[in-house]
Design a protein around this ligand. Structure first.
Ligand code: MLT
Ligand code: MN
Ligand code: ZN
Length: 295
């Protein structure tokens, strides 16, 4: 199983257009690599690919990676796309894929409902881009030889659909993790997760590799940096650090572990940061755009 990280950053990207935080300024200056918004590609043969989440940066991501260049007059190596929630960083890229080349789109009914409610997505022809509703916990073929299954992980409705009160640990069809199996390997992709529950630990116990939500280093990061007013918890994202954080909670998982969907404020972006050193010393990898992993 082959992976290509198309976008390692969370919503907003690195740098984010309106952000003058330390990391965004470093990325703008070319002192740390820039990163696009959240997306991971997977393939068995390196020829046919599936993309997990439609990043708003997908056009540039495909231009930057030769694996995604057309091989004939109208073509894409992308056979299918799967969405793990309805947030803008995971669906807006569909609008850049509207030029009538077929691929199969997979998501839960609830996430497909978000697309159906927003008429702008009608620009993506249903005839060319089939919208396939997937059932929680049921296997389906994402591409030849590659089986997928989605399962609920604690999360919330998309930011643009939030009401006055927001439940941040909903378990249902709005936020899912993905299990991929093929070529004798098992992978999990969970770019958004509010909490590591016992159910989740059981679910991922057969993983060879785990790509996991690395949005924030700590819960108060955006408030402390002055870039936001919300905690990680309020945004539906578990933090990396701390006794309730993902490193501690996922310590027993023996798979190769990689953080993805990393917010631009996260200190793990900086090569010389203590936080990055801690993550690496804990046995985790940190994804970057263009990162390739073969199992
Ligand atoms: C998130 O992961 O919290 C969202 O992508 C936020 C957003 O839509 O900007
Ligand atoms: Mn996001
Ligand atoms: Zn920033």
């Amino acid at each position: 199983m082959k992976f290509l990280v198309l976008g390692a950053a969370a919503g907003g990207g690195l740098p984010q257009w309106n952000c003058g935080c330390a990391n965004c300024n470093l990325a703008r200056a070319g002192d740390i690599p820039a990163a696009g918004q959240s997306s991971l590609a997977v393939s068995l043969d390196g020829q046919r690919w599936s993309i997990l989440n439609a990043s708003p940066d997908v056009r540039q991501q495909m231009q930057d990676r030769a694996s995604f260049h057309p091989r004939s007059l109208r073509d894409t190596p992308m056979q299918s796309m799967l969405l793990t929630n309805g947030d803008i960083d995971h669906i807006a890229g569909l609008l850049s894929l509207r030029e009538q080349t077929p691929f199969a789109l997979y998501a839960t009914s609830e996430i497909l409902g978000v697309l159906a409610e927003n008429r702008i997505f009608d620009a993506v022809s249903r005839e060319k881009v089939s919208r396939n509703a997937i059932t929680l916990d049921a296997e389906f073929g994402l591409q030849d030889g590659l089986t997928a299954r989605v399962f609920p992980v604690p999360g919330k409705v998309p930011l643009f659909m939030e009401g006055v009160t927001v439940q941040t640990d909903l378990v249902g069809e709005q936020t899912v993790g993905v299990r991929l199996s093929g070529g004798g390997k098992v992978a999990y992709y969970i770019p958004g997760c509010a909490e590591v529950t016992p159910d989740l630990l059981t679910q991922i116990s057969d993983a060879d590799i785990l790509f996991f939500d690395g949005t924030l280093w700590d819960d108060e990061e955006m408030i402390r940096e002055g870039t936001g007013v919300k905690t990680g918890r309020r945004m539906g994202h578990i933090s990396i650090s701390g006794s309730d954080g993902s490193i501690a909670k996922l310590e027993a998982v023996k798979a190769q572990k990689v953080f993805i969907h990393i917010n631009n404020t996260n200190p793990i972006w900086r090569p010389d940061s203590e936080e990055r050193a801690f993550v690496l010393a804990s046995g985790w990898g940190i994804s970057h755009d263009g990162m390739e992993i073969s199992l």
